[in-house]
Design a protein around this ligand. Structure first.
Ligand code: OTU
Length: 652
């Protein structure tokens, strides 16, 4: 029935299953589990081997996988089979994501159905819904404090509506992406309530300490995520007179992954969500999954082990599921979240290209690409089968996260350069057109991050306030140029909702009780559909941005090399204001050149030859910028770029 090299534990497990797994229907599951088993068991034991009853815990985990496999609806099994036959499906250039706060964009799930056309017209194929699982009223960190992982918050609708949405998106050729907050639960989650009531089994779901001894030992080396509003990493729980670990806010309790039951519960939840039809799951805050005294409690090896275990578990049940590791950390740490790329060593398929994001903002702040190109050159290559999320804005702040070594290498003093950033993006630097705010300024260390919408950071808010058409043009060009890089650099680009029509900062968040203390709400717009309608009216700011974005997205989808089967190759442009890179796949090539400065720039015409395999064979007169569909301007042997212009040059 099965080959005799199977691990005896696996044989015991399979033979004990009811109904018998040895039928055509379950062949995929048995095959995948058998293939992964040795690695799976070994990895599991590395982390939980010392726990009493570890083997039974492992068998319990396998049982939940079997249950999830049997719960998976038939149409989703079919989807899995389709994707198993095309394993590169998420690397294709047709993927373009929009990130959306459902309540702010469309009210609820029913409302979203009515606004899918808008996204589809823009060219969006991946809909990332920000957290909509059941959350406490009042402060809930935008849903990143989850009260019930198996229920949709009643403000948004029901789980059945999510399933409906998934089916509707499938019909439209679109994908559904949602978050799984794996690091912590809300303090009102059932587990937390049971813990608070003194149930020892649930106290063990979290990190509880009787006094300050252990917390103080942790604090000695543990940074604070929200120093201004949530100082310290532990919260006193009066009912128990104990301290619980709360790395983010006091109402977000960190899950204790040293407890194998917690791991099994979270795998069960992940698969439950996948079985509702979600295609892509963003695993929130993964660097924090494991804590150890004496470390900064981020990016620890055990966090990676846990992610490998998660992947082994869900791939066994849902081979088509891909996950995103949300790790906004230093470049050499970010790439570790891909694992070593092959099936067994894989952690997540997708990660945020935080360096590209930060360094693009650096390029427009300094109007040169020195740090951008140096930072990207020093970025390790990523394994085959993995890809980036490319973006310039998301719902979070922008950390001033360039590498100090890179900064020094291009002649900046890192501390001074951070100080420059703070001044530049808050509009204090002489001549700055950016209108952002500092987020979580830590007066003691001088650390701070930046809040603000893409358009406001790019200068649109200021330009409109002084009613200066030239500055408005420049801000629009800058915003579209940044997005032009995001759409072409490689990976899945994110359109952060509202950016496509140039949403400015929303200062009214200060009047909303639950949002007052957290200025990330200034760049989480409450969508105004009258404003969106302006995207259809020629000449409006909304129209100008929307149509350029739409054109770039459409063009991108037809350019095979803009997917992520190959990596971008940086090209020295000889002009420090122009970011130039080549994308190629087979003989298909595109040269991207982006002017990050408010002045016109030139680069040598001969760079165009890079789009030909055999340079001499190139017919320069045929070369076109696919964004505008016109030939590039050549002046005296130089290629001209207008202020903030981006060119996608190819031979069509
Ligand atoms: C994430 O961000 C979410 O994106 C935030 O919106 C949440 O508030 C937070 O988790 C808690 O759930 O520190 O400033 O390296 O950077 O997880 C945002 C990852 C954050 C962290 C990231 C975190």
């Amino acid at each position: 029935m099965y080959d005799r090299h199977l691990h005896p534990l696996l044989v015991r497990f399979l033979e004990g299953l009811k109904p018998s797994p040895f039928s055509k229907k379950h062949a995929g599951f048995v095959t995948r589990l058998s293939a992964a088993f040795d690695e799976f068991y070994r990895e599991y034991m590395r982390i939980y081997g010392h726990v009493p009853g570890a083997e039974q815990h492992f068998l319990d985990l396998l049982s939940s996988l079997w249950d999830a496999h049997r719960d998976r609806p038939e149409d989703l099994h079919a989807r899995d089979r389709q994707r198993e036959a095309n394993t590169d499906w998420y690397l294709e250039p047709k993927l373009v994501a929009a990130q959306i706060y459902l309540d702010r964009y469309a009210g609820d799930l029913a409302g979203l159905q009515r606004h899918l056309d808008y996204l589809q017209e823009l060219g969006i194929t991946v809909v990332h819904l920000m957290p909509i699982l059941d959350m406490p009223e009042g402060e809930n960190d935008g849903g990143y404090a989850v009260r019930d992982y198996r229920k949709i918050d009643r403000r948004f609708g029901t789980m059945e509506q999510v399933e409906e949405l998934s089916r509707e998106l499938t019909r439209r050729g679109m994908l559904l992406q949602m978050d799984l907050v794996v690091n912590h639960t809300a303090d009102s989650h059932e587990w937390a309530r049971k813990a608070r009531a003194g149930d020892p089994a649930y106290i063990d779901y979290y990190y509880f300490y009787n006094d300050r001894t252990v917390p103080d030992a942790f604090e000695a080396s543990m940074p604070e995520v929200f120093p201004a509003t949530a100082p310290g990493n532990f919260t006193h729980i009066p009912e128990l007179d104990k301290w619980v670990m709360t790395v983010f806010h006091r109402y977000q309790w960190d899950l204790n992954y040293t407890n194998p039951t917690v791991f099994r519960e979270m795998v069960g939840i992940l698969l439950y969500l996948a079985n509702r039809g979600i295609d892509v799951i963003r695993l929130d805050a993964v660097p924090f999954l494991w804590k150890q005294i004496g470390t900064n409690c981020q990016n620890l090896e055990q966090a990676h082990q846990l992610l490998r275990l998660f992947a082994l578990a869900y791939k066994t049940v849902v081979p088509s599921l891909v996950t995103i590791s949300e790790a906004i950390v230093q470049p050499h740490e970010v790439v570790r979240y891909f694992g070593d790329g092959d099936f067994a060593g894989r952690e997540t398929e997708i990660a945020y290209h935080v360096s590209l994001m930060v360094l693009l903002w650096d390029a427009v702040a300094t109007t040169n690409v020195r740090l951008l190109t140096t930072g990207l050159e020093n970025m390790p290559e990523i394994p085959r089968g993995c890809t980036w999320l490319t973006y310039i804005r998301c719902h979070d702040d922008i950390g001033i996260g360039f590498s100090d070594d890179d900064a020094r290498a291009v002649g900046y003093d890192p501390a001074m350069h951070r100080a420059f950033w703070k001044e530049m993006f808050t509009g204090k630097f002489p001549g700055s057109v950016s209108r952002g705010e500092l987020f979580m300024e830590n007066k003691a260390t001088g650390d701070a991050r930046i809040s603000g919408s893409a358009a406001s950071l790019a200068g649109l808010e200021y330009a409109l306030s002084v009613n200066d058409p030239a500055l408005v043009d420049a801000a629009i060009d800058k915003l579209c140029m940044l997005y032009g890089v995001v759409f072409s650099y490689g990976g899945i680009p994110i359109v952060y909702y509202g950016d496509e029509i140039g949403y400015l900062n929303d200062y009214a968040h200060r009047n909303r009780e639950a949002e007052r203390e957290d200025n990330r709400w200034m760049h989480r717009p409450i969508f105004d559909w009258d404003k969106a309608a302006l995207a259809k009216e020629q000449g409006t700011v909304e129209y100008r941005i929307y149509h350029r974005m739409q054109r770039m997205i459409a063009a991108r989808k037809a350019i095979a090399e803009f997917g992520h089967l190959t990596q971008p190759e940086l090209v020295a442009s000889g002009n420090e204001h122009v970011f130039t890179f080549l994308r190629h796949l087979g003989s298909s090539r595109t040269l991207v050149a982006a002017n990050v400065s408010p002045q016109a720039q030139v680069i040598p015409q001969h760079l165009i030859h890079r789009i030909y395999d055999v340079p001499e064979a190139g017919n320069l007169t045929r070369v076109q910028d696919v964004i505008t569909g016109s030939s590039p301007t050549i002046q005296q042997g130089q290629l001209l770029l207008q202020p903030y212009q981006i060119l996608w040059l190819r031979d069509p």
